[in-house]
Design a protein around this ligand. Structure first.
Ligand code: HEC
Length: 204
């Protein structure tokens, strides 16, 4: 009887220990559980991350604009699509747009929040108030990042001052409103919609 009980106990102990090979399995399950552990991400961390991502996208978009500007007048405008196509795979933003601060020939569709921000930047521009980047939530899934587009020397070829710079734009379209600028001035804004869940997941 005693031996029987002993054997039964032994059998249950054997049954509980995993057969060889299962150890690896358990280890990977444990690892998975650890990676899925709920992390607390504060609102401040999300905003800080959105700011960092937005700054990075705006900087790369500005560099692309600066370096890839061809001589043709249309190149500046067609670069909009080029910028989106180039940057989209590496950044989790849903949309990147450019808006001029002055009224001009092109109009781009805006949604309500985008328009509010554009109006605020336009107000600042008219009143010579300095402009910086800005973050706004749109619903639960989008964070709108805006930042000024600042003209560099290479832009003056078209957007510069008549008589001072070679303004191809003004020669061809004397009434164009996007001329007369100096380097360092703000001509427009980047409007970048960041996908909020991706921003949250990318917080370290
Ligand atoms: C070869 C000429 C040329 C150069 C160089 C150029 N642009 Fe433009 N840009 C244009 C034309 C043409 C337009 C459209 C003008 C209009 O709609 O009135 C334009 C429009 C814009 C707009 C209005 C936004 C939009 O797309 O609706 C912004 C912002 C802008 N340019 C920024 C820049 C910046 C920044 C640089 C320098 C890095 C630059 N441009 C260099 C020709 C040029």
């Amino acid at each position: 009887m005693k031996t029987l009980l002993y054997m039964a106990l032994l059998a249950s102990v054997v049954a509980c220990s995993p057969p060889s090979g299962e150890n690896d399995n358990m280890r990977s399950v444990a690892k998975e559980m650890k990676s899925r552990k709920i992390r607390r991400v504060t609102q401040a961390q999300i905003l800080e991350q959105a700011q960092m991502l937005g700054d990075r996208v705006a900087k790369q978009a500005s560099d692309l604009l600066d370096k890839n500007m061809a001589d043709t007048l249309g190149s500046c405008v067609s670069l909009n699509k080029n910028i989106t196509d180039t940057l989209l795979p590496s950044f989790k933003f849903t949309e990147i747009k450019r808006f001029a601060l002055r009224a001009h020939t092109l109009t781009r569709a805006t949604d309500a929040t985008e328009q509010q921000l554009l109006d605020a930047y336009r107000y600042n521009d008219r009143n010579h108030i300095s402009m910086s980047s800005n973050l706004q939530a749109i619903g639960d899934t989008t964070i709108l990042y805006n930042a000024p587009i600042i003209l560099t020397n290479s832009c003056l070829r078209c957007h510069g001052q008549a008589g001072k710079d070679v303004t191809a734009l003004q020669q061809k379209f004397p009434k164009d409103t996007l001329t007369g600028y100096a380097a360092g001035q703000t001509i427009g804004i980047w409007s970048i919609k960041l996908h909020k869940p991706s921003v949250v997941l990318s917080v370290e």
